[in-house]
Ligand binder design. Structure first.
Ligand code: AMP
Length: 603
């Protein structure tokens, strides 16, 4: 069999609200269900007095533990604490986000009775490790290699931090690919596309909105243009409903919902549920209210679509198919607006909006794993990249929508006589003034020989790899001085030492989780056995089918174990297993007495 015995490579869609993992196996992509039998897993991590929970288990207990249940971390990763979006989100999150010295947002929780801080990469790594474990259980072998998807609009630092999260989770991140590109691959895979087709992928998920125009032809996927909003999705629709309802209830009950984290969480969940059902129930006045509350956000989506079509230098009529991806693309109003924008064109329903991204990631993982599958993907830079010139002007070196990988050069010089050092600021964004763009990092080139202004010629090279990650080597031709950007300051990326520490912590947490799980299983087995035996003993007692002292003896043994089970905080898995064995032996002995009596009575 193709690929037999070879280590598998998985595709992970690390979503804001849900994550999904798929794998290429038996000549097709298989979706991997989690331990609860679900095809997607909540991107949630919870901390309790005893344990750490990830995925469905974290979601189950969110109402009882809102302060220590972390979700939406994708909205935080690679951002600064002072970002307006972080500040706005924080108002609606029940958990606490604090600023680190380097300006990075960090979550603060209470775990095993202690206050603990976790970096956003660490929380993401916990979700990734869960997805890794789900895949390992399914494949019955260790999994290391993975392709992880990110929104096309993710910045350089958001991509790097997602990659770091993968490393912390013990994954070899083979590639970071854009979510809409992955969805386009899903769309195109298996279609023997002779003719060139322009596909628009409309990806509206929980936290982000992405649009891509991809040219599909004969197994080749070439991204023409990308656009989107790093902060627009289903949770914003929930938030507008939440704000509306909370204000309404505040007035009605003369209270302040916003300070009651439990009530807020419950209300948010109800809003989300109502939103989902409004996608399938017939038009109601509540649906009209929902659409009214979110109309501006829906309009914003359409502006992005319009700009993306323009960027690809296409007319609306040249778009051959529109692929809807992401849970929020199910909203009827959104679909109607997309359809209307494309003059009534039918939308493609061939791909599953929740699974298409992980499917594409699994395809890409299979290609990189050298499986027998032929796809070529050419992605683009989502934002222009450039350097700061005198007067705070942005000089674009790599324009937006340039195919990846790319390497572009430019030259700079000194501004005054005998200048021996030059400061470099590297930015991403579309505004002419750097102040409105996103600073990726700063560095200095020293050792330039003293010379008149404008004499030196310093070569600046922008290298963007296939993951969309940027490296900027600079070189002064005259002196041979060189330097290279390492984005550790403004981007707030973790240092190698910090990552190594987090890898160790992640392994420790993983072991602890496994121990906690084994303890749950052992405790459960013992509890089940105790309860069964108790029932049998009571039955035997009432039927008189045993010697009179046997059920009494059994009941007191069982009661003692049940009491012991009430206080097992400091008990190990082995002790629980030993207790079960001991009880089984005792019960077996006592029940064999019963059988003896039974046989005797038959004689
Ligand atoms: P994703 O990030 O693709 O997993 O999308 C998750 C988002 O889709 C969440 O905000 C969900 O509330 C939203 N969603 C899922 N199903 C529906 C639906 N039927 N109608 C509206 N929104 C939905």
């Amino acid at each position: 069999m193709e690929g037999k015995g070879k280590e598998k490579a998985i595709g992970i869609d690390l979503g804001t609200t849900y994550s999904c993992v798929e794998v290429w196996q038996n000549d097709r992509v298989e979706i991997i269900v989690n331990d609860q039998g679900n095809r997607t897993t909540p991107s949630m991590v919870a901390f309790t007095a005893e344990e750490r929970l990830v995925g469905d288990a974290a979601k189950f207990q969110i109402f009882s533990n809102p302060l220590n249940t972390i979700f939406d971390v994708k909205r935080l990763i690679g951002r600064r604490f002072t970002d307006s979006s972080v500040q706005a989100d924080m108002k609606l999150w029940p958990f606490r986000v604090v600023s680190q010295k380097n300006g990075k947002p960090t979550v603060e929780v209470s775990y095993k009775g202690e206050k603990k801080l976790f970096a956003t990469e660490e929380i993401s790594s916990m979700v990734l490790m869960k997805m890794k474990t789900i895949a390992e259980q399914y494949l019955q072998s260790e999994v290391k290699n993975a392709v992880i998807t990110v929104p096309a609009y993710f910045s350089d630092s958001q991509r790097k931090m997602t990659k770091d999260a993968g490393r912390i989770a013990g994954l070899n991140v083979m590639r970071i690919i854009n979510e809409p590109t992955a969805a386009a691959m899903t769309y195109g895979f298996g279609r023997s596309q002779e003719e060139k087709k322009h596909i628009l992928v409309f990806d509206l998920g929980g936290g982000t909105f992405d649009v891509s125009i991809v040219v599909v032809q004969k197994g080749k996927f070439e991204v023409k243009a990308v656009g989107g909003e790093a902060h627009l999705g289903g949770e914003d629709f929930d938030n507008s409903m939440l704000a509306y309802c909370a204000q309404h209830f505040n007035k009605l009950y003369k209270t302040n919902f916003f300070v009651n984290s439990k009530a807020l969480r419950r209300l948010r969940s109800e809003c989300e549920r109502a939103k989902r059902s409004l996608s399938s129930v017939v038009e109601t006045i509540r649906r009209a209210k929902f659409e009214e509350l979110n109309f501006d956000l829906f309009e914003k989506c359409m502006e992005v679509v319009k700009r993306c079509v323009e960027d690809a230098k296409l007319s609306k009529s040249q778009i051959d198919d529109i692929v809807l991806v992401g849970g929020s693309s199910r909203i009827p109003k959104v679909q109607e607006m997309v359809r209307n924008f494309f003059d009534g064109k039918e939308l493609c329903r061939a791909v599953n909006p929740d699974e298409a991204v992980a499917y594409g990631a699994a395809l890409q993982a299979a290609v990189l794993n050298k499986e027998d599958i032929h796809i070529v993907m050419v992605d683009v830079t989502p934002l222009s990249l450039g350097i700061e010139l005198v007067g705070d002007v942005m000089k674009v070196v790599v324009p937006r929508n340039t195919s990846l990988p790319t390497r572009k050069e430019t030259s700079v010089t000194t501004a005054y006589d005998d200048q021996t050092a030059v400061d470099f600021g590297v930015f991403e964004g579309e505004r002419p003034l750097v102040a409105f763009n996103n600073l990726l990092g700063k560095f200095v080139l020293r050792g330039i020989p003293a010379s008149p202004a404008y004499a030196p010629s310093i070569k600046v090279c922008f290298e963007v790899d296939i993951d969309g990650i940027l490296n900027v080597p600079v070189h002064d031709k005259g002196s041979g001085a060189s330097n290279e950007i390492t984005i550790t300051n403004e981007g707030g990326r973790l240092s190698i030492q910090e990552i190594d520490k987090m890898i160790l912590d992640a392994e420790k947490f993983h072991r602890e989780d496994e121990e906690a799980m084994e303890k749950h299983v052992a405790k459960n087995a013992l509890e089940c056995y105790v309860s069964n035996m108790k029932k049998r003993a009571m039955k035997a007692k009432s039927e008189g089918s045993m010697d009179a002292d046997v059920p009494e003896d059994l009941i007191s043994t069982i009661t003692a174990v049940a009491e012991w089970l009430n206080d097992i905080d400091n008990v190990t898995v082995v002790e629980l297993q030993d207790k079960l064995k001991e009880l089984e032996m005792k019960c077996l002995r006592l029940f064999s007495c019963k059988r003896f009596k039974f046989i005797k009575s038959e004689e």
